[in-house]
Design a protein around this ligand. Structure first.
Ligand SMILES: Cc1cc2nc3c(=O)[nH]c(=O)nc-3n(C[C@H](O)[C@H](O)[C@H](O)COP(=O)(O)OP(=O)(O)OC[C@H]3O[C@@H](n4cnc5c(N)ncnc54)[C@H](O)[C@@H]3O)c2cc1C
Length: 396
């Protein structure tokens, strides 16, 4: 039976990045991934435009996962507005002594970089396509059975297997789940005019609408609404879609044209307060899935990766109780605060009650007026919530 230091169930964006990080640290790693290893088949590596914040750019660079050829569009300005109400927040990176808040990267392109890195990094065995079927924990190792009947052994099993994580369920890790009853539809468009380095977030009664800068002057749209409304929107013809987008966003960018392919995602929240068990941990969406309103999901998962890499450096046995407790304690404040903050935003701006929405407008105004409040918000949104890992801090 093959033996490893760490096995990842799930080689999506988070599992693949973690596998590379731990292999660089000298661990023998295996990745069990259900989807075929071509970025076009891998559902985690799709056409989503991801806002990768400043801390995450540092983490990716530190893991060698930010090569110059990976297309990225910097975000230097964020404009947050609310339809039909007061409250406008404009954030400029220069006001925070930053060159950029982060960058927009297409998940598929990052996926290609991750696949290549897994292939080229010594110490990584890819078991793919293969599924984790079940596992049993013994005193100093975990026995994992794959869907094809093969068995492998590891000192630590990490579930990076997404929101419905089997690892989390089999390990019996307590988790809360909330269905927002909303879905996100993504597509890209050409705007009449748009500054190249600006991201837009507009809160509307249906839900938030984000427009993210992409190469060649296009904008990636994240359109959030109640799930039945998104089902209908998926079937609109292009002209109808553009008409609705023009009405929902307003005239600020001179109208839109040439919408690209659409994809749809149901939105849920998952919170696992203690993401570790005996010789088992869960990271990324398998531990905490958040509403995309503040573009935090993958960023949070990458900070899990950085935390795991950092903590395991201090322990010979990667699955020992001391290592896993240290990981859980180190990550707890960031995970708790990020899930709570994202959930508050998602609920406040879509709450039908006038009082709640007025409160949300006042909140935006307060962020604009009170510099300390805005600074704290921005630091957290850039991924620098304490304790900050060495990888997230970056070389400086
Ligand atoms: C519309 C939208 C926009 C978003 N925008 C942003 C953004 O701007 N910034 C940001 O930071 N985040 C964003 N996110 C969130 C981000 O996409 C996710 O947080 C991230 O993709 C989670 O990655 P993951 O690897 O943890 O999970 P997943 O992507 O779900 O990957 C799980 C992997 O595990 C595999 N798997 C599952 N079960 C098994 C099994 N039993 N055996 C083997 N393999 C298995 C799957 O095949 C898959 O490859 C957005 C999300 C949505 C929906």
């Amino acid at each position: 039976m093959s033996e490893f230091d760490v096995i990842f169930a799930g080689g999506g964006l988070v599992g693949a990045a973690a596998a590379v990080g731990l292999a660089h640290a000298g661990r023998r790693v295996a990745v069990i991934e259900a989807a075929e290893r071509q970025a076009n088949h891998q559902p985690s590596y799709d056409d989503r435009t991801l806002v990768i914040n400043a801390a995450s750019l540092n983490i990716l660079a530190g893991l060698g996962l930010l090569p110059a050829r990976l297309a990225r569009t910097p975000v230097r300005r964020i404009r947050i507005t609310r339809a039909g109400g007061f409250g406008l927040l404009e954030l400029r990176a220069a006001d925070y002594q930053r060159e950029q808040f982060g960058a927009v990267i297409v998940a598929r392109e990052l996926g290609n970089v991750l696949l290549e890195a897994m292939h080229n990094t010594p110490g990584i065995t890819e078991l793919c396509p293969a599924t984790l079927e079940t596992f049993t924990v013994e005193s100093d190792h975990v026995r994992v059975r794959l869907g094809d009947g093969n068995r492998v052994r590891t000192r630590l099993l990490v579930g990076a297997d997404g929101t419905r994580s089997m690892v989390r369920q089999i390990a019996g890790l307590a988790s809360r789940h909330h269905d927002y009853g909303q879905s996100a539809m993504i597509f890209n468009v050409r705007p009449g005019r748009a500054p190249a380095d600006t991201a837009w977030e507009r809160f509307t009664p249906q839900g938030p609408l984000a427009l993210l800068p992409q190469p060649e002057g296009r904008l990636g749209v994240v359109w959030i609404d109640a799930s039945p409304a998104v089902d209908r929107a998926m079937n609109w013809d292009d002209d109808t879609l553009i008409g609705h987008l023009n009405r929902r966003f307003g005239p600020a960018l001179g109208g839109f044209s040439r919408p690209g392919k659409r994809a749809r995602y149901p939105l849920v929240q998952q919170r696992t307060p203690r993401p570790v068990g005996e010789r088992v941990a869960v990271i990324g969406n398998a531990a905490n899935s958040v509403h995309p309103v503040s573009a935090q999901g993958f960023n949070l998962g990458l900070r899990d990766v950085a935390g795991l890499v950092e903590v395991l450096q201090r322990h010979d046995d990667p699955g020992c109780a001391a290592a896993l407790s240290a990981y859980a304690e180190r990550r707890q404040p960031d995970q708790e605060a990020t899930v709570r903050y994202t959930d508050t935003l998602a609920r406040a701006f879509t709450n039908p009650s006038l009082l709640a929405r007025t409160g949300a407008g006042l909140g935006l105004a307060a962020h604009a007026i009170i510099p300390g409040l805005s600074r704290r918000l921005v630091q957290a949104a850039m991924g620098f919530r304490e304790p900050v890992s060495q990888l997230a801090r970056g070389p400086a």
